[in-house]
Design a protein around this ligand. Structure first.
Ligand code: ADP
Length: 446
């Protein structure tokens, strides 16, 4: 059944991205917002806006009952969660189900399964995906962890079962470090996720981060190829690009992720994240059961509107295309223009006095920013996503240099100087990039 009106339970650039897709589809746009966002572009452009004012700004987007009430009061058929906030909250999905409102994403059961990294690892291993050696159960004592680490070999990494955003992760080089590292990871996990279960996994040295874009309709799944996202700060991505793999490797891993998605009856957009080691072997990390910040890279090289496809399967449509329909054309790069100090990544909120984003052939900029926009300090620091496309990687890089040089942002610190240096850096140009790239190129921080 086609949706008539959808509630966007998010803010910033992704709210605008979803709004545009809904408009293209002829669906009315409703949106919630807190005090900080009352004058924001997605709120001004929506057909109807619903304020949820809270003392703590984050609560405007996290209060499940308030969001459910908004969807009911505004007569919405469905809620689009975007990423972050309630996007991976199974209780929220259940509450919407109870009210007969569609959640644009997978079922509560699938979210619960995939939200637990220990369970997700086991499920994907059973579906035939390669995983790094590690514990299949939560680990709470240093003795058990040490026995396991002796078996799989150091270094290992301790991660939160409920983890996200790289929070709490601890790398352990030798047994004497376990006691403290375990304590630290558990307490960070407890305060960030309210769940102190942690597990141990082989630490993949010199790894690259490669992820696959998937779309499922609950029965079948197809993939849209890979994105390379190894340039990270504090385990969070800064630059994403694609394609990266040979056709054979893409087909091989692509088939596996589709198997994985089908094995859990996945519905909606998903990203399967992997690490690839020096030998080219892949290790499954996790599934992100939602639209991702960097879905845009895949849109540029495949020509498909992923957000629209996610909404269509949520409406109950079968996959409107087959694997054979998907091909990859040229190369795309995305730079995250965060409002952060490019030396130390400290957020830099404030008013944008002046702001000009580039456009032209092969350029896309997804942003909710405009001159006069007050970048709040209480939310994510993502200000704009700047993408370029070219027939080859070299062309896309050359165009990114042009685009970065054209961008004007005054009033806040931002990452343009860092991105501009990366675009000229030799290892980057030679595709010689691992997840340690920023650590190993401190000179780029200027
Ligand atoms: P989160 O959900 O917290 O983002 P992930 O499991 O997706 O956690 O990992 C995020 C990042 O942490 C990876 O891109 C990588 O940089 C690092 N990482 C995670 N697991 C490993 C591992 N086993 N070996 C090396 N690095 C890892």
């Amino acid at each position: 059944m086609a949706f008539k009106r959808v509630l966007i339970a998010n803010r910033g650039e992704i709210a605008l991205r979803i709004l545009r897709a809904l408009r293209d589809m002829g669906i009315e746009v409703a949106i919630i917002h807190g005090r900080e966002d009352r004058l924001s572009l997605p709120v001004r452009l929506a057909d109807v806006a619903y304020p949820i004012m809270r003392q703590n700004p984050l609560d405007s987007y996290l209060d499940i009952e308030a969001v459910v009430s908004a969807a009911k009061d505004l007569d919405c058929d469905a809620v689009h969660p975007g990423y972050g906030f309630l996007a991976e909250n199974a209780h929220f999905v259940k509450r919407l189900e109870e009210e007969g409102i569609t959640f644009i994403g997978p079922t509560a059961e699938v979210i619960t399964l995939l939200g637990d990294k220990i369970e997700a690892r086991a499920a994907m291993e059973a579906a035939g995906l390669p995983t790094a050696k590690g514990s299949s159960e939560p680990i709470s004592s240093a003795e058990v962890a040490i026995t396991l680490a002796d078996e799989i070999g150091y270094p290992v990494i301790i991660k939160a079962a409920a983890g996200g955003g790289g929070i709490g992760m601890q790398i352990v080089e030798k047994s004497a470090e376990f006691e403290n590292a375990l304590k630290l990871c558990r307490s960070r996990a407890k305060s960030a996720f309210g769940d102190d279960r942690v597990f141990v996994e082989k630490y993949i040295e010199g790894a690259q981060h490669i992820e696959f874009q998937v779309l499922g309709d609950g029965k079948n799944a197809i993939h849209f190829g890979e994105r390379f996202c190894s340039i990270q700060r504090r385990h969070q991505k800064l630059v994403e690009e694609g394609p990266w793999l040979s056709e054979e490797k893409r087909a091989e891993i692509g088939a596996l992720v589709c198997e994985g998605a089908e094995s859990v009856g996945y519905k909606g957009l998903a990203t399967f994240e992997f690490l690839r080691d020096k030998n080219g072997d892949f290790y499954f990390l996790e599934v992100n059961p939602r639209v991702q910040v960097e879905h845009t890279v895949t849109e540029l090289i495949t020509g498909y509107n992923l957000v629209e496809l996610g909404i269509r399967v949520a409406q109950g449509e079968d996959l409107p295309l087959t694997q054979a329909d998907i091909s990859w054309n040229g190369h795309a790069i995305q730079c995250r223009l965060n409002a952060e100090d490019p030396k130390d990544f400290i957020p830099s909120p404030g008013r944008l006095w002046e702001c000009h984003f580039p456009s032209g052939f092969g350029i896309r900029c997804d942003t909710h920013a405009h001159p006069g926009y007050e970048m709040p300090g209480c939310f994510d620091s993502l200000l704009a996503k700047l993408l370029t496309w070219g027939p080859t990687r070299e062309d896309a890089i050359a165009r990114m240099r042009t685009a970065l040089d054209e961008t004007i942002i005054t009033g806040v610190e931002h990452l343009i100087p860092l991105h501009r240096r990366i675009m000229d850096e030799e290892d980057f140009l030679n595709r010689d990039i691992t997840i340690q790239y920023i650590d190993n190129h401190q000179d780029l921080l200027g």
